[in-house]
Design a protein around this ligand. Structure first.
Ligand code: NAD
Length: 260
């Protein structure tokens, strides 16, 4: 028996490292999953790799209100409802000092990482509410924040502001949606071994990304980056009835990054 048998989930950022691993895990645990990402070709590849008739995909820009409505409607049409939203799409933006940070880049990071999450919840929650009452564990919304949502650092002002902001959104949504038996939490990864960290390392010191990585590793008590699958494990816990008393909370999966 799977931990998400019969559940219907949306996963945004599903063509990326964490999203693809989580979508695959959700399907293995019995869910039907709508993959959402702006990258159409990569989405098709992830859907093909997962396989079966419990996976479908729709290309969308999560920051666009019309697209948000479209991917939510497509999920309801294809699978008959929604139980779980994994609002995971995000961009790192530029690495630059705050005093030199381009305004357009700042706005884009906030639009994807914050407005995208807000729109996903706004459109999906009414559908989740139609199925959440009386269900063990209820409906679940899981937002990917970050260690950058609880501590600051240098060079990533837009990203860090955005990942703090979604914790505020999460707490508000948790309070407003609790009467509908919908739980809302964030998963907060530390550095993960995937494209996004390569981008941050290379931007921080072009041509010397390996040195930047060594610096980051020194900040992780477990001494390594995490894997996409380790974040999928936490997302699965928060999506499933195993976390039935968890709402409004921040779940770090960071190898101890913010403990020191
Ligand atoms: P990733 O770059 O592999 O995946 C992000 C995905 O989001 C990509 O497939 C991208 O196409 C998609 N995306 C970006 N903008 C979009 C938009 N406007 N509309 C739809 N899709 C869009 O990186 P990842 O690590 O898998 O990132 C997933 C989430 O995890 C992000 O929110 C990220 O901020 C967060 N996170 C990552 C790390 C890390 O170390 N990689 C650490 C903490 C938090």
């Amino acid at each position: 028996m799977g931990k998400l048998d019969g559940k219907i989930s949306i996963v945004t950022g599903a063509a990326g490292g964490i999203g693809a691993a989580t979508a695959a895990r959700f399907v293995r645990e019995g869910a039907s999953v709508m993959l959402v990402d702006r990258d159409d070709a990569a989405l098709a590849e992830v859907a093909r790799a997962i396989g079966g008739d419990r996976v479908a995909y729709v290309a969308a820009d999560v920051s666009d209100p019309d697209h948000a409505r479209r991917y939510v409607d497509a999920t309801v049409q294809r699978f008959g409802g929604i139980d779980v939203l994994f609002a995971n799409a995000g961009i790192e933006g530029r690495v630059a000092p705050l005093t030199e940070y381009p305004v357009a880049d700042f706005d884009r990071v906030l639009a994807v990482n914050v407005r995208g999450v807000f729109l996903g919840i706004q459109h999906a929650a009414p559908h989740i509410a139609l199925r959440s009452r009386g269900q063990g564990g209820g409906g679940s919304i899981v937002i990917t924040s970050s260690v950058a949502g609880v501590v600051g650092s240098r060079g990533l002002c837009a990203y860090i502001a955005s990942k703090h902001a979604v914790i505020g959104l999460m707490k508000t949504a948790a309070c407003e949606l609790a009467p509908l038996n919908i739980r809302v939490n964030t998963v907060n990864p530390g550095p993960i071994e995937n494209r996004m960290m390569r981008s941050i390392e290379d931007q921080a010191a072009p041509g010397h990304g390996d040195d930047v990585k060594k610096g980051f590793l020194g900040m992780v008590p477990l001494g390594r980056y995490g894997t996409n699958e380790e974040i999928a494990n936490v997302a699965l816990f928060l999506a499933s009835a195993e976390s039935s008393y968890c709402t409004g909370a921040v779940f770090l999966a960071d190898g101890g990054f913010v403990a020191q």
